[in-house]
Write a protein that binds this ligand. Structure first.
Ligand SMILES: [Cu+2]
Length: 358
């Protein structure tokens, strides 16, 4: 990929995909391998994904093992969620402005995405507008997180799943398509449901991604099927301000929009991306993860925090599906930027406001 001016259509090499330099993404799907260079190639992958049969064969003894559904530890709770994967018309820049550089965002900003939408118990009613990331699953050590998942994808019409990081699960609840070795939770066909149960163990403490891991998971995670899992120590106090910030992008092959769209939480450019607000003295936690195939660096103006080793940082690297927590006690009022410091990502929309009141 050549690094042209941010809004030059010549600056993006259309042979590339997902930020891979000059290379096409190769998708293995339904017994075929497809080099994804264009939107037509994505449509071909979608057509193949619709025809992937529901797996049923058990091959090796390990695939025939049966597993118990885990229960909460004594004193722990069962934390239940109902979520549905569904198509959504998605606008990456509803204000049509970049408030940072004070200019209009040119061209089309909408496309057909996939989202995880939260529902009340039994899928009775949707809760709030669907977003990116999807609903955050929260638990404490000793709890189980139980996710009732329905595939409501009547647009792309293919199998989806929910695959978590960080928590403990047995193969029944991996939520991963494994070809002929797939278990029920790794292939939830349109209109079907599956309930996942995951354990919050002491080594689960932290912030983690979850995402689609069905037969066409790379494309469909890029369309918006991702979210966060937060596990806290038992009885831990919640920060005063918490904000999930997913660093990711929508390539032209998926949106049909000429330029690469760089995002926090499915939105592009300050004023569209989340505006995070805090007050001096508050305990602030930003939960950041890399949701695409690129390496990002997460920078917040005017602030430093400790990484896992205890070192002070203000611009750590966040790789694909890597997660970090940026947490501090606020002491610096004013208007600040947060952004990816990889220049083409930043100039193409991966930036937002952090506003601190005295
Ligand atoms: Cu970046």
């Amino acid at each position: 990929m050549t690094l042209g001016p941010p809004h030059s259509s010549h600056g993006f090499d259309r042979r590339g995909f997902l930020g891979l330099s000059g290379a096409a993404l190769i998708c293995g799907i339904g017994g075929h391998q497809v080099a994804v260079k264009t939107a037509a190639d994505v449509a071909k992958v979608d057509a193949l994904a619709r025809r992937v049969p529901k797996p049923k064969a058990v091959r090796d003894p390990v695939d025939g093992l049966s597993f118990q559904t885990p229960q909460p530890q004594p004193g722990g709770q069962k934390r239940e969620y109902w979520i549905q994967a569904r198509p959504a018309k998605w606008d990456v820049a509803p204000t049509r402005r970049d408030e940072w550089m004070n200019h209009r965002v040119a061209g089309r900003t909408t496309f057909r995405a996939l989202v995880y939408q939260r529902y009340t118990a039994g899928f009775a009613d949707p809760i709030g507008p669907a977003g990116m990331p999807g609903p955050t699953f929260e638990g404490e050590v000793g709890d189980t997180i139980v996710v009732h998942f329905r595939n409501g994808d009547d647009k792309f019409d293919q199998a989806h799943t929910v695959h978590p990081h960080g928590v403990r699960y047995n193969p029944e609840y991996d939520g991963a398509y494994l070809g002929q070795f797939t278990r029920a939770g790794g292939f939830v066909a349109p209109g079907e449901e599956f309930t996942y149960t995951w354990e919050c163990t002491p080594d689960s403490v932290g912030v983690w991604p979850y995402h689609d891991h069905g037969p066409n998971h790379v494309i469909n995670s890029f369309r918006g099927l991702f979210g966060l899992v937060i596990v806290r120590p038992k009885g831990a106090r919640k920060p005063d301000v918490e904000q999930a910030l997913v660093m990711h992008s929508f390539p032209p092959q998926i949106t049909g929009i000429e330029r690469l769209i760089e995002c926090f939480n499915g939105r592009s450019f300050a004023g569209n991306t989340p505006t995070v607000r805090a007050k001096v003295g508050q305990d602030v936690a930003l939960y950041v993860y890399g949701g695409d195939a690129a390496f990002h660096t997460f920078h917040v103006h005017g602030h430093r925090w400790k990484d896992a080793s205890g070192a002070s940082v203000d611009c750590p690297t966040v790789g694909p599906d890597e997660s970090i927590i940026a947490r501090w006690t606020e002491d610096n009022p004013g208007r600040w930027l947060y952004h990816c410091h990889v220049a083409p990502h930043m100039t193409m929309g991966m930036a937002g406001w952090y506003i601190v009141e005295p």
